[in-house]
Design a protein around this ligand. Sequence first.
Ligand SMILES: [Zn+2]
Length: 263
Amino acid sequence: MINTRPHSVDEPSPLHTSVNQTRVLGVWAHPDDEAYLSAGLMARTIVGGGQVTVVAITDGEDGFPADDTRPREQRAAQRRRELRAAMEVIGVQDVRFLGVPDGGVANAPREVLVDRIADIIRDVRPDVIVTFGPDGVTGHPDHVANSARATEAWENAGIGDLWYAAKTDEWLDEWRDLHDEFGVWMTEEPTGVRRDEVEEVVDLVGAELDAKRAVLSEHRSQTDGLSRAFGEERYRRWIRQETFRRPNINDRSRDALAGSVAS
Ligand SMILES: [Zn+2]
């Protein structure tokens, strides 16, 4: 089981030192969220003999250019195929789709969605649940609602630790010009976390970074354009770090706000 106490980023990752099998459950709004934010964490978990379950709340059927005239179901099927193929790259077999309409996470019946996620938590019994924090990283409304629902489900189920995908202040500083140039964030940039707030850093080089790049390549409808625009070398540096933090006292008010806006 993953060590539950906060540790310094200078200590070896518990994922490297754990001798026991770790169970990780990712709860994400769209296919590809899990890849950008946790492919390295998932790959290390599998290599370490652990188990990974990925939940996609929506099929991401709206993640195509406006001139894509295919029926909704065909676009959804492509995103589901891409997610399954991406997870095969790193040996993740347990992929579950909740089928909430893309763009509709906040409007989906709240208790029903919370109960479905909580049922999966009780079924998987994860050591760690990874999901969005209240900022939703990119600010996408589905991500923000995803965070609130997954957090409520975790509180109800009372199983495992909850880790929010986060970006450090240093990472945001390093990449701010690029993010401004390409308009990466839907609203404002994510809430930066200080290094002492970080629970886990997954820094990928070599074969691990290659694996994450291969995972993202399978989500080609979402990643081909961005990787070409950034340039391959820069894209690889941009994806190499994953960071996670625990919920804190400041998240409470933000979660409450997201809940009231959604209802
Ligand atoms: Zn997303």
